[in-house]
Design a protein. Structure first.
Length: 281
C-alpha cells in the first residue's frame, strides 16, 4: 500500500511547538498533504493561515499543491450531511448547551428536508455561501445509525502511541454513548453549518488518505469518525495517534498560555533544526 497522510492545522492562532511535533510526525510518516482546516469561520483568520505556510516553510517542510482549504468547500460537507438526513439518520436540534445541561432532551424527529438544509449553503444568486449558519444544529441519531449498521464490523487499526497493529472496536464506545445521557453528536454546528467530524472524514476520503496521523487528544473522536465512514460508504484509514507535547503541569500545549509559538522561537534566534529537536514528547 502506498501510504498517504496529511497535516491539517486550524488557523485559530499561531503554530507552536506542539504543532512542530505534529508536523514532524506527519511529514516524517510518508507522503504528506497539507490541509487548512479553517471551516470555523467564527475563529479562523487569514493572517493565521499565512502564518502556517510561513512557519512550515521555515521548518523546511514541503507539500504538494494544491492545498485543501476547507472554507472553500462548505457545500461539499453539507451534501454529506444531507445524505444522512435523507436516510433518516440525522435531525435538527435547536436546544442550547444550557438547555441540554438543564436536562432537556433532543427529539430525534426527521423534520428537515435535505433540500431545505442545502438551501442555506447558497445565496440568492445560487452561488456557494462562504459563511453559512443554521437556526439549529444537526445531530446524528446515534442509536439509529448503529442499528442501521447491523452486524457490520466497526473496528479500526491503530499503530501509534506505542501500539502496533492493534484493532479497536469502535462500536463499544459508541453504544455506551448512545445509552448514556450525552446528547447525540453534532454533525452540523448551527454557527458554521457543518462540523469537524463531517469535514475531516469527507476530506480524508476525497484525498485518498490511507493513514491518519494526529495527536492522542483526538483518539476518542475516532469511533465516531469510523461510524461516519461506514454510513457514507467511505474506507476507514489506518490511524496513528502520537503522544502530545505537554507543559510542566502535564497539560497539552495550546495556542493560549505559555508562548512557544514558532514565530516567537524564530525571532528569539532559534533555528528550525533546534525547534524540531525540541519538538519531542
Amino acid at each position: 500500500m502506498t501510504r498517504r497522510t496529511r497535516f491539517a492545522p486550524s488557523p485559530t492562532g499561531r503554530l507552536h511547538l506542539g504543532h512542530a511535533l505534529a508536523a514532524k510526525e506527519a511529514f516524517g510518516f510518508g507522503p504528506c498533504l497539507l490541509r487548512i482546516e479553517d471551516i470555523d469561520h467564527t475563529r479562523c483568520k487569514p493572517d493565521y493561515t499565512r502564518g502556517i505556510y510561513r512557519d512550515l516553510d521555515w521548518l523546511g517542510l514541503d507539500w504538494p499543491l494544491p492545498v485543501r482549504v476547507q472554507s472553500r468547500h462548505y457545500l461539499d460537507y453539507a451534501n454529506s450531511v444531507a445524505h444522512l438526513l435523507e436516510k433518516g439518520l440525522a435531525y435538527p436540534c435547536a436546544l442550547t448547551r444550557s438547555e441540554l445541561k438543564a436536562g432537556a432532551r433532543s427529539k430525534p424527529e426527521n423534520t428537515l428536508s435535505p433540500e431545505s438544509y442545502l438551501g442555506i449553503f447558497t445565496n440568492a444568486d445560487g452561488m456557494p455561501n462562504t459563511k453559512p449558519s443554521l437556526p439549529y444544529a444537526i445531530r446524528l441519531n446515534l442509536s439509529l445509525a448503529l442499528r442501521s449498521m447491523g452486524g457490520s464490523s466497526l473496528t479500526f487499526e491503530e499503530t501509534g502511541h506505542n501500539i502496533t497493529g492493534k484493532f479497536f472496536d469502535a462500536r463499544a464506545p459508541l453504544e455506551d454513548w448512545a445509552a448514556s445521557e450525552r446528547p447525540d453528536p453534532i454533525i452540523a454546528r448551527k454557527d458554521i453549518g457543518v462540523s469537524y467530524h463531517m469535514a475531516v472524514t469527507y476530506d480524508d476520503n476525497l484525498q485518498g488518505i490511507t493513514h491518519v496521523v494526529r495527536g492522542m487528544d483526538l483518539f476518542e473522536e475516532t469511533p465516531l469518525h469510523v461510524l461516519i465512514q461506514h454510513l457514507m460508504g467511505w474506507p476507514t484509514p489506518i490511524y496513528h495517534h502520537h503522544a502530545l507535547l505537554t507543559r510542566e503541569d502535564g497539560e497539552k500545549l495550546s495556542k493560549r498560555g505559555l508562548d512557544t509559538s514558532l514565530e516567537t522561537l524564530r525571532e528569539n534566534g532559534l533555528t528550525a533544526a533546534q525547534v524540531l529537536a525540541m519538538a519531542a514528547p
